[in-house]
Design a protein around this ligand. Structure first.
Ligand code: DAH
Length: 344
């Protein structure tokens, strides 16, 4: 083949080259082991001596031209690929930025944290317990005799005959005493979810309680009163009045229910407090000797007090929530209102 023919056919081949792979193929066709140019070089030995010089020159020119053409093609492919990449990665700096979503602390979590801080400042430990607990811990060891109405499966979610979704946080008392037998003073609070068969605007099948227990050698009803007064005033405001009414709980003796002056009307009477001026917030009492005994404490030596408010109400009051079920539906539109800077 003449030099021009080779260059012509190379030009033609290069026209259809689209990428590096195509180019590698063309390169092999010319300069590879069995390539056109390589075969021409091999022919050198057949060339008579007097023509060798001429043929060598011809070969050299071919090689230089072919190599140059292939190199040019390689660099234009590279350039083209670079441009494609740059086009693909182009950033339009005029586009609006993506909105960053900011999380917020759930109103219930805020109340729990506030209460925990208060009790930790008074020397209490914060403990937690399982939401699935035994009938033994939830009822029997809290002196709730067989046949007590609270055991009724109408009120409680039983999983089988021994296990249930805890209907109150009071089993935390049993668990803590059993884990610390005769340690005193014992001061714990246990925030947590509890479950009952209830569902309307003021009752949810799931709600939050905040159990408290103190056991020691000289613990009396007076300590309970002082503690709960502080609790109510810190959480609901210094002007809050607290009143204790005698009541009955199997796990305390004596027992009381605690009312606070209505947080909506301040005690004048309104729809929230049903015109009474008072709102019931918790049950409490002096720990029943049977409860101490069943968890390994000597009731002759130790006494204690316990209390167990439902705390959803506090969150409803503090954050103006009208339906308790909103607290648990996790509707992001509802939760977004409680951005920390808006409410604190
Ligand atoms: N566990 C009770 C309830 O769920 C509340 C309660 C009452 C807790 C008296 C106590 C207590 O610790 O001493 O209704």
């Amino acid at each position: 083949m003449e030099r021009e023919d080779i260059i012509k056919s190379l030009n033609k081949d290069l026209e259809s080259v689209k990428n590096k792979n195509d180019l590698a193929q063309v390169k092999a066709n010319y300069l590879g082991k069995n390539g056109i140019v390589t075969n021409l070089s091999l022919k050198m030995k057949e060339i008579p001596n007097e023509e060798k010089k001429e043929y060598g020159k011809f070969l050299n020119e071919i090689k230089v031209s072919v190599t140059e053409k292939l190199e040019n093609c390689a660099s234009s492919i590279e350039q083209q690929e670079l441009e494609e990449k740059l086009n693909k990665e182009k950033i339009d700096i005029t586009l609006p930025s993506r909105r960053k979503m900011k999380g917020s602390i759930h109103p219930m979590t805020r109340v729990v944290e506030e209460l925990e801080d208060l009790f930790v400042s008074m020397g209490y430990d914060v403990v937690s317990g399982p939401e699935i607990d035994t009938d033994l811990n939830c009822f029997t060891k809290l002196n709730l005799p067989e046949g007590h109405p609270a055991r009724d499966s109408q009120d409680t979610f039983y999983l089988d005959k021994d296990y249930l979704l805890r209907p109150h946080t009071s089993p935390a008392q049993v668990r803590t005493m059993e884990a610390n037998v005769n340690k005193e003073p014992l001061r714990i609070v246990c925030p947590g979810k509890v479950y009952r068969r209830d569902d309307d605007a003021t009752h949810s099948h799931q709600f939050m309680q905040f159990e408290g227990l103190v056991v020691g050698e000289d613990i009396s009803l007076a300590d309970l009163k002082g503690t709960l007064e502080l609790f109510a005033k810190k959480l609901l405001g210094e002007k809050t009045k607290v009143r204790f009414r005698p009541s009955y709980f199997p796990f305390t003796e004596p027992s009381c229910e605690v009312d606070v002056s209505c947080f909506k009307c301040g005690g004048k009477g309104c729809s929230l407090c049903k015109q009474t001026g008072w709102i019931e917030v918790l049950g409490a009492g002096v720990v029943h000797p049977n409860v101490l005994k069943m968890s390994g404490y000597d009731p002759e030596k130790y006494t204690g007090f316990a209390f167990g408010p439902g705390i959803d109400r506090f969150a409803m009051f503090k954050y103006g929530i009208t339906d308790i079920r909103q607290i648990y539906t996790n509707d992001i539109r509802f939760l977004e209102q409680f951005d920390r800077k808006d409410v604190d």
